[in-house]
Design a protein around this ligand. Sequence first.
Ligand code: PHE
Length: 488
Amino acid sequence: MAEEVILGYLQNHDEISDSGQFATDHGLDHSDVVNVIKSLHGFRYVDAQDIKRETDVLTEEGEKYAEQGSPEVQLFLAVPAEGSILKEELQKLVDPAVFKIGCSQAAKNKWVQMGNQISRKVQHVEDRIKDLLLQIRDGQEIDTGDKKSLKARKLIAVQTWKGYSVRKGPDYAPIRRRTATDLTREYLQGGDWRNIEFKEYNFSAKGPPPEGGHLHPLNKVKERLKDIFRLMNFEEMPTNRYVESSFWNFDALFQPQQHPARDSHDTFFLKAPETTKQLPEDYVELVKRVHESGGYGSRGYGYDWKREEANKNLLRTHTTAISSRMLYAVAQQSFTPKRYFSIDRVFRNEAVDRTHLAEFHQIEGLVCDRGLTLGHLIGVLQDFFSRLGMDKLKFKPAYNPYTEPSMEIFSYHKGLGKWVEIGNSGMFRPEMLRPMGFSEDVNVIAWGLSLERPTMILYGIDNIRELFGHKVDLALVKRNPLCLIGIQ
Ligand code: PHE
């Protein structure tokens, strides 16, 4: 609409000298006119020159006095025509802001006698300030001295108005040409392509954002960790089994049946199916024996081992349940050294807070070979963690039912300026390995850590519920950057 009016007008006139006046004359909205002029200027239909005009407008305070009268007049009218009034009494009659300015202006004008008692000095006053403000509001010009004093009292302010003067441009046409964006079959067949004007390519236009899936930060870190394990020649273990029997999760790992971790406070047990259907019976027998009376140089725990406990199904509490299954399978074949890893979900019946959830992910690595020592474990840990950017490690003796010796792993966190615990590790006990069928000279070194911890550190997230679970902001998943660990 505005575009046709502007182009049409320029067909018969040299110039639109003032876009503001033009908008008023043609009943158009000035901001619409401005937008059209900018676009027409961009396509060289018109040449536009900026015009700026400064106008005086009333401030908020100015508006108030234009309505209610100036403070000095309001004050003057509150003073009785005869006699005088106590200052405190007068103060009650007018607005506090009006009182202060009113007093000083009225005294300056010699309208009132100030003091403890206030009285009129004249009987009649005119509200020049209000009149001047009304004139400004009407767009009338006023005396420059008056304008200055209104500005000094902050009753008026300058507002800059922006518009354009417009002339025909080098590519002027009375109607905007439609440019073709595609060379179609019809243009080719009809010969129109000869005359049609094609729209130029805009090589700096931004393309539409590509639609697609986004990896969750946990999955990004998981992928990088998998790369690291593969670079270290580790093979991934199958982790597609959230439900596990207590046997593989605990008993095979020489974890006694009275161990507190096997309590329902710490472990989610299944109602249906409540028990496992199948276990390797010969091996179960050897596990029972090692728990009850030991062997392989061990005295065992000396209690009555119960099959019913081992049969109970649960949600695996650690990925070491997978390691025990895999090692048992390895022991059934003629021996070859193995390097295995897994990264997947585990479940613990824990109180949920900003650093704990009832389900999380574990990263686990193990090496199975002849003649491995604690030195090998420390070496592998140093290799693994330095690839994660953690090259300062410390180890602290710890206890796990299935490893001896066991070590907690600490890394120096530069940001926090202190040592933080990053994982747990150890050498699997003969009480675990020998019943599986491994010979005495085979050792297994292993370690485990949570996936959430390094992910939160890498992505600067301090509440686990922002990373995992139903409260996660999907935009976080879309926006989060690539994971920058590994491949060093
Ligand atoms: N399973 C242990 C845990 O849940 C980690 C671990 C794995 C410890 C392997 C030693 C060896 O914390």
